[in-house]
Ligand binder design. Structure first.
Ligand code: AMP
Ligand code: ZN
Ligand code: FE
Ligand code: FE
Length: 276
């Protein structure tokens, strides 16, 4: 039976796989379709599409936009976004610059906490695209400032930790609008991180069209909860592993495989958007 993993990162954000490695891995674990959803960038989409075509793997264009509400992070996936649109690419370039600025602010906060890390150590790891906290965490491990990426997040970098820098992000409404403006389908990523289902219904009112019910950190109970919610609000259902390659070796590509008919439903939605 055909299956898909619709939440994968490349080295164009904070994953470690190149497009070629991603396609090779997708083949190895027998996926029919994948989606590249890098953080705030579409740079990885076209090269992965091309290599996918040569190798019989279907690649669905995507993005994972970071937004923030009251200091809590909310990630919005945008499937079938028009990744070649120049206006979109310009806007994403702004977000990319803001990410660089934010890295400097986070490093300043870390310094106040007596953790000294040179910015260049972080940028060296993020050589291909958008930079983020996972790069900081990996640099901290490399410089022996912490023992693991998870320690870096738990002690310093998570949105509830002392070196978190808020206020650099889109609001969820802005993220949803941006995805719709460029012909994408907005889907709430890893809904378990929100822990506030009133807020989820608020996002639906703001134009959200789908929910990532299948996710590597979801228990069966959590998945069932969001499947019910999707049915109640007539949302599309998606799913994926959120594999970041060797940056998070425990999260494997294909550890979440969703049935291909969910991909067909996404495609139908995309077709209906075209006819609007
Ligand atoms: P940023 O884009 O700078 O906001 O960083 C977000 C990235 O940090 C995401 O890719 C997450 O995978 C990663 N991340 C967030 N929280 C954690 C955590 N507790 N442990 C490991 N990685 C995390
Ligand atoms: Zn990431
Ligand atoms: Fe995410
Ligand atoms: Fe992700």
């Amino acid at each position: 039976m055909k299956s898909a993993d619709l939440h994968l990162h490349t080295f164009f954000s904070d994953g470690t796989y190149s497009p070629l490695q991603l396609i090779e891995e997708a083949k190895r674990v027998d996926l029919s379709a994948i989606s590249v959803v890098d953080h705030d960038t579409v740079l990885g989409v076209e090269p992965t599409l091309e290599i996918g075509k040569e190798n019989g793997i279907e690649v669905i264009p995507g993005i994972e936009l970071t937004s923030e509400y009251n200091g809590t992070e909310i990630h919005i996936l945008g499937y079938f976004i028009d990744h070649k649109n120049t206006e979109l690419i310009e806007k994403l370039d702004c977000l990319k610059k803001m990410r660089v600025e934010r890295i400097h602010k986070i490093l300043a906060k870390l310094k106040d906490l007596k953790i000294v890390l040179e910015a260049q150590r972080v940028f060296d790891i993020a050589a291909h695209g958008t930079v983020g906290r996972l790069h900081i965490a990996r640099a901290m491990v490399k410089e022996k400032l912490v023992d693991s990426v998870s320690e870096a997040f738990a002690r310093f970098l998570s949105d509830r930790s002392p070196a978190y820098v808020a206020g650099f992000r889109l609001t969820p409404l802005e993220a949803i609008k941006m995805i719709k403006k460029y012909a994408g389908i907005p889907v709430l990523a890893h809904p378990y991180t929100i822990k506030n289902d009133v807020f989820v219904s608020e996002l639906i009112k703001q134009g959200l069209r789908g929910i990532e019910a299948y996710y590597s950190e979801h228990t069966q109970g959590t998945t069932n909860f969001y499947l019910d919610l999707a049915e109640k609000f007539d949302l599309l259902v998606t799913g994926g592993s959120d594999c970041h390659g060797n940056a998070k070796p425990q999260v494997k590509i294909g550890s979440i495989k969703i049935p291909y008919d969910l991909v067909d439903k996404l495609k139908n939605e995309k077709e209906s958007l075209k006819n609007l």
